[in-house]
Structures are given as C-alpha cells and as structure tokens.
Design a protein around this ligand. Sequence first.
Ligand code: ZN
Length: 256
Amino acid sequence: MTRRRLLHRTIGAIAAQGSAVRSPRSLSDLDPPPPNEGIWLVAGGVMGIAVSAGYDHALMKYCNECGAAVARRWIDQDERERYVCLSCGAVHYENPRVIVSCIVCVGDKILMCRRAHEPARGQWAPPAGFLECGETLQQGAARETYEETGVTIDPDRLDLSGVINIPGIDQILVTFRIDLETPPVLRPGGECLEVTFLSEHEVPERDFAWRRLLGPAPARFFNELRSRDFSINLITVGPSAGVGFSERYYKIQRRP
Ligand code: ZN
C-alpha cells in the first residue's frame, strides 16, 4: 500500500466513524465539553478528527537492513515496544506522520473536496495529504491543494490555522489558511469526485466527513472568516478512542 493509499484509508476510517459507523467508544459520540478557565475545550477544530477504531501501529513485516522477518519486542531503555529484526537485531524506530491541509477561502466560502475512493467515498473534506521529504509544511499543503483541486497557491502566502495532535493514529495534522481574491478554475484530481467552494450553510448540507466531531468549530471558523479576526488552534485528539479533545486558541493580532 502506498503512502497515499494509507492516508486515504486512515482518513476514510476517520470519516466513516464520523458518520455511519457507530462505535460505543467513538470520539464522535462525545458532546463538546464546556469552556474551562481560559482553556477552551471543544470538539474538533477546523478539521475534526477521530481516532480510527482498531488502529494499533504501522505494520512492518521485514527488516529494511537485511530483509529478514521482524517482530515487536520490548526495548528496556526506550520503555516501549519496537520492531526488531529477528536476524540482524536492527531496531526499527517509528515516528508520527505529518499531514498538511489547506483551507482555501474565497469570500465567505471554503474549498472542499468530495472523496473518490472508499471508504467514505462521496464525503467532503478540505484538501489534505502527507508531507513529503524535502518539503516545508506550506509547500506540502500547496502541493496537496493543487493535486486534489487544480488550484495553484503560493506557499509563502499561507497562514497557520491549526496544529492537531492525533497520537492514537500516530499522525500530526497541520492546517493552513489562504484567501483568494477571485474564484480559481477548479480541476478535481484523481482522488476527488468533485471540488467546489462551500459556504457555511452549504457545508452541513453535504455529506461532510467528520461532521459529528466538529461541534461548534465550523461556526467559529466561519465567524472568523467574516470578522477577519483569526486564531490558531492547538488541538489534541485523545490518545485512544473514547478520550475527548482539548483545544487552545491563539488569537492572531491584526496589523493596525
Ligand atoms: Zn535485519
């Protein structure tokens, strides 16, 4: 499975859990907790994410040093299990993947993609994908936006919108935002059935991936879009399914 297919499997699992697939431990079943002494705790952010039920860790079968089989073994000094080669003894370290996404705004609308692949085929989400080696976060977000929508954006013009920790699926999602003055020509990529700009009232009318997770976050984002009073969100999705969200907001000071 390629990295891209793996991402779509993950996002698909997330999306499916957010809509049709019900689990008693699903994050999407949780109501947003109330604000708490300056640290706002709400469900979701610009992009709501749930831990995919059943996710354990990336699967590795063979040693990339010698090609022999590997197995999970406890490493005392690291105090965790890692893949260890049963032949050469190489210890294989795993680190979270970085996903980048871009919220492209024209007026009061945002650019959304309808997924072309199962699972969650037909559901909508902003353009997103894995960061590639050699890219900055902004370059990756711009590339994914172009690949999925045909929209060319300048990475240097992207504003940071959110950082989302998703330790339960070993991923970190970094979201950016950009305003375009006029609607660009749209060309859906191979992973999208359709791309279009949606307004606040149009987003809930579509089959919106992660709908059940977002709570008040979409309304807040669209309010910020209207007021131009933006914040950067630091979000943590619980380390396992069934654990709630936490979120901090950092207001961006507008230039005088
Ligand atoms: Zn080996």
